[in-house]
Structures are given as structure tokens and as C-alpha cells.
Design a protein around this ligand. Structure first.
Ligand code: ARG
Length: 462
């Protein structure tokens, strides 16, 4: 038999460069395990249905297991002449067990085979990523719990706004990651249907049992339309969308870690294990890890756009263009896994400088809103209270004072409604702890959220 599994209708060999150009083996080989798993199950189904004999199936399964062992031992020779992972394995099978190996591809096409391989591979990666997300969320919760008394400035427009608990700020990222995990579960459930049985595009003339194969491979069901099945890459797109949003979240945390670890902020110190030095400036300790994660967000978006653009306007059903889905998808998986892994360690080891955070939280008249709220409770309309406090802040700016440094007389220049108790409202603790409503930054509210978050995390991890 010729080297090429499809050589029958050809009279000339493939141009050597075209062979290189069209091959996907250099990147799709990472799916070998799933290709073999799918083939083993397919062969067993063919025997159960009487399409091949039990002995033939057994020989095929043994052969495939031998190939798996060869690949894992590094003894398998992948070749571009055999184009992709599917034909590298099938050709090797025929080499090993003879003509009976040629029966494996009965009632199957590479078009439904590749859809199966990618779904199986991605499903396992999704499960590993869900776990990694949980690990990072747990690291955020640990830091939140450990630093429950640390107050930092909250910002809008990167200008000091109101004091918040550092734990509250960390829990904001917990929430983002919880939504990411939700998206991951959603897309997994849509992906989890067996494509095998669609054949090249129209289905198969053999009496196959798709439901049995689906059950064996842990799918929730089978796909419903053969044309759609071999044309569909929504699962790759949904995964890349999930990844883009996740990386956007990580890029925001990256940016904050970079700012916070600068000498000017000095809110945190990243562990040496997650930083590098400069080749010229001996004092430097650079936050390379968050910088790289921030940077890698770009390639993740690019990968999403690549696959969207690749799929745009493709006529049904399979087109070779679709082979181009793999590198962006695999790169996205690697990027997400790497970023989550490095982040979990970095967050766990981050040290917090509570004094610096506290000093910064006291700057910028961060408790001004609390004076306004105080006046509102005394019966002033909020707009008037806002005006009073605006004037108070201007007085502070002109006299180089902070709000708690004002005397009662100075306070009362702007409103006679202000009494001696004002001083108990303008401390950082009072400001933070006054925000008790669910979702607010008060210590008791945040403590409650940490408990709920721990519970949610326990329930979502298997
Ligand atoms: N290597 C191909 C891919 O990744 C497998 C499917 C090939 N099918 C075909 N009809 N050429 O898309």
C-alpha cells in the first residue's frame, strides 16, 4: 500500500513543499491520546454492531495501545508525509497489524474524527483550568482573610475616593474569577456532545451506535446534524472568548500589582521568586510575572480574533481552513494555564505593607463623603451637604490639613449642624465599617462574603 492513505486517485506524488505546507502533525500531535481513545471506542462499537468481527476489533485495540506506548516512550516517528495525527496513527496501525488496521476507519471520516479529538482534548483542559481557577480564588481568599484589618485607598479615576478594606479589593477579583468559572462550565456543557458519526458531512451508511460511543466517552449526548457537526468550531470560539475575558481580568490585577509594588505606592512586595533583576541597574526588582501576564492578554485576544476570522463566511461543511483553528486554540490553553499557575503562587506569596496602605488611605480627603452622610443624617439635603464638605475640603487644601486634623470650630465654619461627634465619623475605620450593606466594604460585610466565597468554592470543586 502507498504511504498516503488517500493516494488511490493520484498519479503524481505530492510536491515536497506542499506536503510541509499542508501538514498539521507538528501541532496536532498533542492530541494523540484522544485520537487513540476515540479510535479504541470506535473499533469496539464497530464490533458490537457486527460491522467488524470481535477478533478484528481486539487486534485493532491492541495495535492502538501499542502505538500509545510507543508515543509515550518517545519511540514514535511522526512524519509530515502522513500529514496529521489521525493519519500518522492510522498508517502506523496498518504497519503494525496489517490490513485489518484498514478497517478502523469504517463509518468514520477525519472530519468527524478531528472534531472528536479537539472536543475530548479541550474538555480535559477545561477541567484542569477550572481547578486552576479555584486554586487562584483560594489564594485570594487566604490573603483576604490574613489581611482583614488592612485599609487601603479605594480609587475612581485612579484618584483617592474612599477607604476600603484590602480584603474587599481582593474579593472583587474573586467575583470576576467566579464568573469566569461559570462561563467555563457553560461552554463545557455545550461542547460535551459526541460528533463522531457525522462522517465526512452527510452521516454514514453503517448501522453505528452513536449513543453507546457517547456514553463510553463521557459525553452527555450526541450532536444532531451531521453538516453542523463537521463545520462547528463554536466550542473553540467559546473557549477563546472565556479565555479573553479571564485574561482581561488578570491583566487588571497585573496592572494593580505592578503599581502597588512600585516604590511610589509600596503597598505590596512580590516574592523574589516572581521577579527578575536588571542587567544594568543593581537596585531593580522588576514585576516581570504580572507584566508578562498583562502582555499575554494581547495574544489571547488575537487568538480569538484569528479563529473568528478563520470561520467567517466558510461554506458548509468541512474546509481545510479549519485546520488553522488548532494553533490559536492550543496557544490560548497554554497561556491560560501558565498565567493561572504563576498567579496562584504569586498571590499566595505576596507580602502586604499595611502601614503604607493606611497612610495612603488617609490622604486625599478620603472620608469627605462620610461628613456629607453625617450632615444628611442631621436633616440636610445631600446636595447642600456636598457643598458644605466641598468648602471644608478647600479649606483643608489651603491650610494644608487633613480632615481629622480640623478643630470643631473649623468644621463649624461651614455648617452649624456639625457637633463634637464628627470626629468619630471621619476615621478610616469608621468610614469603612459604616458601609455595612451587603457587598459593602465594612469588616463584618467582608467577613460574611469570605465565608460565602469559601462555601461556593467548596461546592464548585469536585
Ligand atoms: N488535519 C485536519 C484538521 O485539522 C483533519 C481533518 C482533515 N480532513 C480533511 N478532509 N482533509 O482539520
Amino acid at each position: 500500500m502507498s504511504e498516503k492513505l488517500w493516494a488511490g486517485r493520484f498519479t503524481q506524488p505530492t510536491d515536497a513543499f506542499v506536503e510541509e505546507f499542508t501538514a498539521s502533525i507538528n501541532f496536532d500531535r498533542r492530541m494523540y491520546h484522544y485520537d487513540i481513545l476515540g479510535s479504541v471506542t470506535h473499533a469496539r462499537m464497530l464490533a458490537r454492531q457486527g460491522i467488524i468481527s470481535g477478533d478484528e476489533a481486539e487486534t485493532i485495540v491492541q495495535g492502538l495501545q501499542g502505538i500509545l506506548a510507543e508515543i509515550e516512550a518517545g519511540d514514535f516517528e511522526f512524519t509530515v508525509a502522513r500529514e496529521d495525527i489521525h493519519m500518522n496513527i492510522e498508517a502506523r496501525l496498518i504497519e503494525k497489524i496489517g490490513a485489518v488496521g484498514g478497517k478502523l476507519h469504517t463509518a468514520r471520516s477525519r472530519n468527524d474524527q478531528v472534531a472528536l479529538d479537539v472536543r475530548l482534548y479541550l474538555r480535559d483542559e477545561i477541567d484542569a483550568i477550572a481547578q486552576a481557577l479555584g486554586t487562584l480564588q483560594a489564594a485570594l481568599l487566604d490573603q483576604a482573610e490574613k489581611n482583614l484589618d488592612v485599609i487601603m485607598p479605594g480609587y475612581t479615576h485612579l484618584q483617592t475616593a474612599q477607604p476600603v478594606l484590602f480584603a474587599h479589593h481582593l474579593l472583587a477579583y474573586f467575583e470576576m474569577l467566579a464568573r469566569d468559572t461559570g462561563r467555563l462550565h457553560d461552554l463545557r456543557s455545550r461542547l460535551n456532545h459526541l460528533p463522531l458519526g457525522a462522517g465526512a458531512l452527510a452521516g454514514t451508511t453503517f448501522a453505528i451506535d452513536r449513543e453507546w460511543v457517547a456514553e463510553q466517552l463521557g459525553f452527555a449526548g450526541v450532536t444532531r446534524n451531521s453538516l453542523d457537526t463537521v463545520s462547528d468550531r463554536d466550542f473553540a470560539l467559546e473557549f477563546c472568548s472565556f479565555a479573553s475575558i479571564l485574561m482581561m481580568h488578570l491583566s487588571r490585577l497585573s496592572e494593580e500589582l505592578i503599581l502597588w509594588s512600585s516604590a511610589d505606592f509600596a503597598f505590596i512586595e512580590l516574592s523574589d521568586a516572581f521577579c527578575t533583576g536588571s542587567s544594568i541597574m543593581p537596585q531593580k526588582k522588576n514585576p516581570d510575572v504580572p507584566e508578562l501576564v498583562r502582555g499575554k492578554t494581547g495574544r489571547t485576544y488575537g487568538n480569538l480574533i484569528s479563529i473568528l476570522t478563520l470561520m467567517k463566511s466558510l461554506p458548509l461543511a468541512y474546509n481545510k481552513d479549519m485546520q488553522e483553528d488548532k494553533e490559536p486554540l492550543f496557544d490560548t490553553i497554554d497561556t491560560v494555564r501558565g498565567s493561572l499557575k504563576v498567579f496562584a503562587g504569586m498571590i499566595a506569596e505576596m507580602r502586604v505593607n499595611l502601614e503604607q496602605m493606611r497612610i495612603a488611605a488617609g490622604r486625599g480627603f478620603s472620608t469627605a463623603t462620610d461628613i456629607a452622610d453625617y450632615l444628611v443624617r442631621k436633616g440636610l439635603p445631600f446636595r447642600n451637604a456636598h457643598e458644605v464638605v466641598g468648602k471644608t475640603v478647600r479649606f483643608c487644601v489651603e491650610n494644608e490639613k487633613s480632615i481629622p486634623e480640623l478643630t470643631l470650630e473649623e468644621f463649624r465654619q461651614f455648617s452649624a449642624d456639625i457637633d463634637g461627634d464628627i470626629f468619630s465619623y471621619v476615621t478610616l475605620e469608621a468610614s469603612v465599617n459604616a458601609r455595612k450593606a451587603t457587598g459593602g466594604t465594612a469588616r463584618e460585610a467582608v467577613e460574611k462574603e469570605i465565608i460565602l466565597a469559601r462555601q461556593a468554592l467548596k461546592e464548585s470543586s469536585p
